[in-house]
Design a protein around this ligand. Structure first.
Ligand SMILES: Nc1nc2c(ncn2[C@@H]2O[C@H](COP(=O)(O)OP(=O)(O)OP(=O)(O)O)[C@@H](O)[C@H]2O)c(=O)[nH]1
Ligand SMILES: [Mg+2]
Length: 308
């Protein structure tokens, strides 16, 4: 037996931070959840769903990616939106690699052209290699993709352009490998079994907020925040009891969230409760209150409490 033969060259362990940025509704949170194999970030068909930076840890055989999902980049008009965009852009300073994620099916070239300056402004802040993922290719005909790829390639010197469907999983493995290959050599920062640094309280509040986004319309979801008042682990076999307050800006919105004879609030509780039970792996009793807090979206202290 030969023992002095040099080892076959092993690839080095790589680790680092990858920030996912891009316009609202592009599928950033969907991609994070897919890469993690579990739901950490909430997803809805409405823009500006994500309000905070959400950290997910993706482990491979020879890499660990610390992935940051961020609020969608948009022209902010309100204070909360300015904070959301700030959170997204701040993630760039932490990143070893940036993943710009755009919806390939949302706009034609003329519509994209109107966004050129706005996108260029965001991209000009990037100081590290950037990859582009063009998402939602499941909604495109084959011949529609190339013009979109060319338009983005002209926008910024992306290191790679990867068409994907975060929803269906197409192209996601290729993207993952491309991202991992560009990380610096480094240690494993987090143990294998930790998918996120977000607290259970935060994710629970987000799951409640997701149901409000899915069930209410117009400005209502954007005037809503969720705060967890208490989170009590019961005795073995007993449900976890969670009390949460839904903040709205106006009395009329409170009426909408509660609904006729409390029907809407009941549906929110039921749907959120199911997701929370899945998250925590135990039975849950969810108690919800709705409270009017005028202009909370411009209340700095409250925004801090909400992690913005
Ligand atoms: N058809 C299709 N839909 C997708 C795909 N990826 C995401 N979606 C849908 O697009 C919508 C927005 O997805 P999100 O993951 O919430 O998008 P986001 O970029 O995180 O949005 P913000 O948090 O608002 O910035 C949801 O309805 C998703 O189901 C995809 O690959 N194909
Ligand atoms: Mg999101």
């Amino acid at each position: 037996m030969q023992t002095d033969k040099p080892d076959k060259k092993k690839s080095p362990y790589r680790s680092g931070v990858i920030a996912i940025i891009g316009p609202p509704n592009a599928g950033k949170s969907t991609l994070l959840n897919r890469l993690l194999g579990q739901k950490i970030a909430i997803v809805t068909p409405r823009p500006q769903t994500t309000r905070n930076r959400i950290l997910g840890i993706v482990n491979g055989p020879d890499y660990q990616i610390i992935m940051l999902d961020t609020p969608g980049l948009h022209k902010p008009r309100e204070m909360m939106n300015r904070e959301m965009v700030r959170v997204a852009l701040e993630s760039l300073s932490e990143a070893d690699v940036v993943l710009f994620l755009a919806d390939a099916a949302a706009m034609n070239i003329d519509q994209l052209e109107k966004r050129r300056q706005e996108y260029k402004q965001y991209l000009s802040r990037i100081q590290c290699p950037a990859l582009l993922a063009l998402n939602k290719i499941d909604l495109l005909q084959a011949d529609q993709l190339l013009p979109v790829i060319n338009w983005y390639a002209d926008l910024h010197p992306f290191a790679e352009v990867v068409p994907i469907s975060a929803l269906k999983g197409e192209g996601v493995d290729v993207l993952l490998q491309q991202l991992a290959d560009r990380l610096p050599e480094g240690p494993q920062y987090y143990p294998d079994d930790i998918p996120t640094d977000a607290s259970e309280r935060f994710i629970v509040a987000e799951l409640i907020r997701e149901k409000i986004f899915l069930m209410t319309r117009e400005e209502v979801p954007y005037s809503t925040a969720v705060m967890i008042d208490s989170f009590q682990e019961g005795k073995p076999g007993k449900p976890v009891v969670i009390h949460a307050t839904i903040l709205v800006e106006r009395g009329s919105q409170k009426g909408i969230i509660i609904g006729r004879q409390g029907k809407m609030l009941g549906r929110i509780r039921q749907d959120a409760g199911k997701d929370i039970e899945q998250l925590l792996g135990c039975r849950v009793t969810l108690k919800l209150w709705v409270k009017v807090k005028k202009k909370w979206t411009t209340n700095e202290q409250l925004l801090r409490e909400l992690g913005l």
